[in-house]
Design a protein around this ligand. Structure first.
Ligand code: FE2
Length: 382
């Protein structure tokens, strides 16, 4: 076994009402905080007010930057950095889903390294920027604990991946009450994304015993809670399990990787605008059926984590139970099941398959596919 690194935030504050700790946690780092959030939902849900109130209560002045679109671009990051500099912010509070987290990480990199965000597409930032306190309001990306940020270069139409240890938030605050107002469709899609992170991390060629522990914990939590949280957003137990589950999935894939499902979902987003979670959801069971023969023992463990009784089954049958369980969860979400629902037709499959094959995560899959095999997988869900 080789030496591996496992990276994580230095503090995790979790539980109902944890958002009230945003102030005391920020006060450890200074007296002015840039709140990085989206254009509406955190204001509408009351989360922004709750964070601002907590900051003020702890003697920290909130400076609100609520201009983060979904899929934040370079200009958003540079604008956020300009405001943070002008206002003398010592700490960044990222509030929302994956997009505000990505933007906050970009802003911290720009401030810490005194260089434009585009400089870090191919090299890791050397210097640590202002600390980030990450407060997710959706249960999906795990971004509050990962070292990755995706920033769009709108001119080149490229999604840049910034990464490195300096991007990991210093504090993650997980308050399930902030997720109660997420609608069913979004709960299902982000939850399926998190389930995909965990399953892919478990089957990744970069998996380690430590990432396995987190991946299997995530799969157990999400398999139990995804449908209850989708059907009843105020189910406190399900919401808490989902928030912890997606964080565990973040630990797993953030230190291992995602694989073929993510390679195949990215071109669906780029060419057809299919939201990330919904694209992964459609693909998950089909890609796992393709993967199954390559890792029979892992699939048996996967079945157990998904709550299947595999007593007396051989690893082949147990693996099939895992794939069936993933398909059953997906069907219960009620999310769209066919690519044709999104305007994809047979003539598009070749281009999609080429793009997916070229993606870096394909090489980390437990079964390395050819372009033709990827095309057949798309065709199976057309
Ligand atoms: Fe994902």
């Amino acid at each position: 076994m080789s030496v591996t690194y496992f990276q994580s935030p230095s503090r995790i504050v979790s539980g109902p009402g944890a958002v009230a700790q945003a102030g005391p946690e920020s006060a450890r780092f200074g007296s002015r905080a840039l709140i990085v959030t989206g254009r509406g939902s955190s204001r509408k849900s009351g989360a922004l007010d709750a964070v601002a109130k907590s900051l003020e209560g702890a003697g920290v002045t909130p400076v609100v930057f609520d201009q983060v679109p979904s899929d934040p671009d370079m200009l958003t990051v540079e604008n956020g950095a300009i405001i943070a500099r002008k206002e003398g912010c010592d700490v960044i509070v990222a509030l929302g889903g994956g997009s505000p987290m990505d933007a906050a990480k970009g802003i911290s990199v720009v401030l810490g390294n005194n260089a434009p965000v585009g400089d870090f597409e191919f090299r890791q930032p050397e210097r640590q920027g202002p600390p980030i306190i990450a407060i997710p309001t959706t249960a999906g990306t795990g971004s509050e604990i990962t070292r990755i940020s995706i920033i769009t270069d709108t001119e080149r139409k490229v999604k840049m991946v910034l990464q490195g240890p300096t991007l990991i938030p210093t504090v993650a605050i997980l308050d399930p009450e902030l997720t109660y107002s997420v609608p069913p469709d979004f709960t299902a899609a982000t939850g399926m994304d998190a389930l995909t992170h965990a399953v892919e991390a478990y089957l990744s060629s970069l998996a380690t015993p430590l990432t396995d522990i987190h991946a299997l914990a995530a799969i157990r939590l999400i398999a139990e809670a995804l449908i209850p949280a989708t059907l009843n957003g105020k189910n406190a137990e399900a919401r808490e399990k989902m928030l912890l589950g997606q964080m565990e999935a973040g630990y797993a894939f953030g230190n291992a990787s995602t694989c073929l499902v993510h390679s195949m979902s990215r071109p669906l987003g780029a060419h057809f605008g299919i939201p990330h979670g919904k694209a992964n959801a459609m693909l998950l069971a089909t890609v796992m059926e393709f993967n199954r023969p390559a890792a029979p023992e892992r699939f048996a463990r996967l079945a157990e984590a998904l709550g299947e009784n595999i007593e007396g089954l051989g690893s082949r049958e147990a693996g099939m139970a895992a794939v069936n369980a993933l398909q059953a969860i997906f069907e219960e979400t009620g999310l769209p099941a066919r690519l044709s629902d999104w305007g994809v037709s047979e003539k598009d499959l070749g281009r999609l398959a080429e793009d997916a094959h070229a993606s870096g995560s394909t090489a980390l899959n437990c079964r390395i596919p050819t372009v033709e095999q990827i095309r057949a997988l798309y065709e199976a869900i057309l």
